[in-house]
Design a protein around this ligand. Structure first.
Ligand code: OYP
Length: 578
């Protein structure tokens, strides 16, 4: 008799009342049975107090709370976290103001090629120095496509897009000896960044001045000696005389400005799509469904809860302070205002469940062969560890697929996710019903991988890659250049964010990207939700797997000049808390 959760109806002797209990039997050991009083099948205590709301159409639904103050007390930040969060950003901005003149000095560095600016001690804390030294180099640009803060944009290119008429002749000087573009396309060594999703996104107006957005195309080449390097850039989707194809052999400032334009699109796609939409908002769906549908004694609640800590509050704060009508995006970012929502809606339309699973994502982008793609290697290892752990737990509590199918609470939870949370998303690709334990395990792995590893990969590199503003500008104050020979340093300076925009970019990327003082690392379960020995064994096994990954990554990074440590398990938080 392999049941997991049954609703048991009991007639009380001498009374008319009929009570329905959900009755759990943990099939671990054999005798332990827990019975909990309920109110029939709609028995989640949270449902009436926690509601879905459409914050904006065309993106996932979220929690119905105007501000974080409306949230239930037990999902709020604790005092320490709140005061750290509220102080760090303000202190950081205050520190930056007196030295903002230094940023302009640093800007001068661009023009004079002076080797180094002398930073105040304060600036040393804020600016990733390695990035400042190497950001103009082509290999560094290529490296960031794989191991920067947005490692999911690059795709293999087998055939040039029709709207990007690069000829073999144009790029011959970037090629290794005895080869050409056609051969390398066939050999699978050509890659593409296509920011078509930015095309026509309305640009913000800041302090009365219209900002600018482009939708670039950038071709990259996996060079046998130099590694992945950009070889051609077009700053618009329609080829024309006004959208020349920029090349590494062009005047250096023209090539530099073209790369900055690509990096500016990268900032938008990174923050709005990879970070906000694909981690914060996707994981919020799991938060709301789990709190609404699963009682705290349910094993899947216990499994997920540590990976959902603080996410509702940080997202509420994001909605009120970051992407609100006069939030930080509106004040300093080119997609602030209507742009960011349009961008997120476009991505949400094509968002697939498949693309949230790393092995599918890499296969679909054709990037399985790229060497030194540490993000790929580490995320696959982490996915395996997470999926192994989750399957172990799921199989422990559901001895057969049927047990899972018959768990009404988990089916209601699934419906909340697929029909409410990911609403208006017919092609997302979730099954219509959870039929197998494997389907449940994959879904839970997506939730845990997104809230831990994927968030760490995108969030934690912000400071390193985006604090140096010219490397990843948050806005552009002039339109893209149309004439390669007319690019001057004055034009570059007038294009990049101004000093106050730069200060805010530095402060925010530091505020969000720094190690959090109260961080709980991946695989650390402080609350001991699970008391059963067999569940504890699964946790211990998971932690041993993570330790192996930790050692592997540390060893792999030994002696590397530029280390990739964003996916070091000890630096991955157990949930999205920032
Ligand atoms: C919430 O005290 C969050 O004003 C960050 O949002 C910063 C604040 C509030 C303001 C702090 C304050 C966190 C959740 C999120 C997310 C993902 C997107 C992050 C985008 C960062 C954009 C940086 C913009 C730089 C110019």
């Amino acid at each position: 008799d392999n049941w997991f959760c049954r609703y048991v109806t009991v007639e009380l002797p001498g009374e008319d009342t009929v009570l329905t209990f959900p009755c759990y039997r943990w099939l671990i050991g054999d005798t332990k049975v827990e019975i909990r009083e309920g109110t029939g099948t709609a028995m989640s205590a949270r449902q009436p107090t926690l509601q879905w709301v459409t914050w904006a159409p065309g993106i996932p639904k979220c929690i119905d709370a105007k501000t974080e103050a409306d949230l239930p007390q037990d999902v709020r930040f604790d005092n320490e976290k709140r005061s750290d969060f509220e102080h760090s950003f303000r202190c950081c901005l205050a520190d930056l103001r007196p030295v903002s003149c230094l940023i302009s000095t640093a800007h001068v560095q661009l023009s004079t090629e002076a080797s180094r600016v002398n930073y105040s001690p304060c600036m040393c804390v804020f600016v990733s120095e390695y990035c400042m030294e190497h950001w103009k180099e082509d290999w560094f640009f290529g490296y960031q496509c794989m191991n920067g803060s947005n490692p999911r944009m690059i795709k293999r290119c087998k055939k040039l897009p029709e709207n990007f008429p690069v000829t073999p002749n144009m790029v011959q000087s970037s090629m290794a000896p005895r080869t050409d573009l056609d051969k390398e396309l066939k050999a699978g060594n050509i890659y593409l960044l296509d920011y078509v999703i930015m095309d026509g996104v309305p640009a913000n107006t800041i302090k009365g001045k219209l900002q600018h957005i482009a939708a670039p195309l950038c071709l990259l080449y996996q060079h046998p000696d130099e590694g992945l390097i950009p070889i051609a850039i077009q700053l618009g989707q329609i080829p024309s005389l006004d959208t020349p194809i920029f090349l590494p052999k062009d005047p250096p400032l023209a090539w530099l400005l073209a790369k900055m334009w690509v990096r500016h699109s990268e900032f938008q796609v990174f923050q709005v799509l990879s970070h906000l939409l694909r981690t914060h908002l996707v994981v919020e769906v799991f938060c709301v469904a789990t709190l609404r549908q699963l009682p705290a004694v349910h094993p899947i609640y216990k499994l997920l809860a540590p990976h959902l800590r603080y996410t509702l509050e940080i997202n509420c704060r994001g909605r009120t302070q970051l992407i609100s009508a006069n939030g930080i995006f509106k004040r300093v970012v080119s997609t602030g205002g209507d742009g960011l929502l349009i961008l997120a809606q476009r991505e949400y339309k094509v968002l697939t469940y498949r693309s949230l699973q790393p092995h599918n994502d890499f296969t679909d982008r054709g990037v399985s062969q790229l060497p030194k793609y540490f993000y790929r290697e580490h995320s696959l290892m982490l996915w395996e560890a997470i999926h192994g752990f989750v399957s172990g737990m799921v199989n422990l509590y559901y001895p057969s697929d049927r047990d899972m199918q018959e768990d009404l609470e988990i089916q209601a939870w699934f419906r909340d996710i697929s029909e409410e949370g990911f609403t208006e998303l017919p092609n997302f690709g979730l099954p219509s019903k959870l039929n197998t334990r494997e389907e449940l395990s994959t879904l839970l792995s997506v939730a845990i991988f997104s809230s831990t590893s994927q968030h760490a990969a995108t969030n934690n590199g912000q400071f390193d890659w985006c604090a140096w503003v010219p490397n990843t500008p948050c806005t552009m104050r002039r339109p893209p250049p149309t004439d390669k020979d007319a690019v001057t340093m004055e034009m570059i300076m007038a294009t990049l964010p101004d000093i106050s925009q730069s200060c805010i970019q530095m402060a925010i990327t530091w505020h969000l990207g720094r190690a959090q003082p109260d961080a709980i690392p991946l695989g650390t379960y402080t609350e001991e939700h699970f008391t059963e020995g067999k569940a504890q064994e699964q946790i211990d096994k998971f932690r041993r797997e993570l330790k192996k990954i930790e050692d592997h990554i540390l060893k792999q990074n030994e002696g590397l000049e530029l280390q990739y440590l964003f996916l070091l398990p000890s630096r991955i938080e157990n949930s999205i808390t920032i």
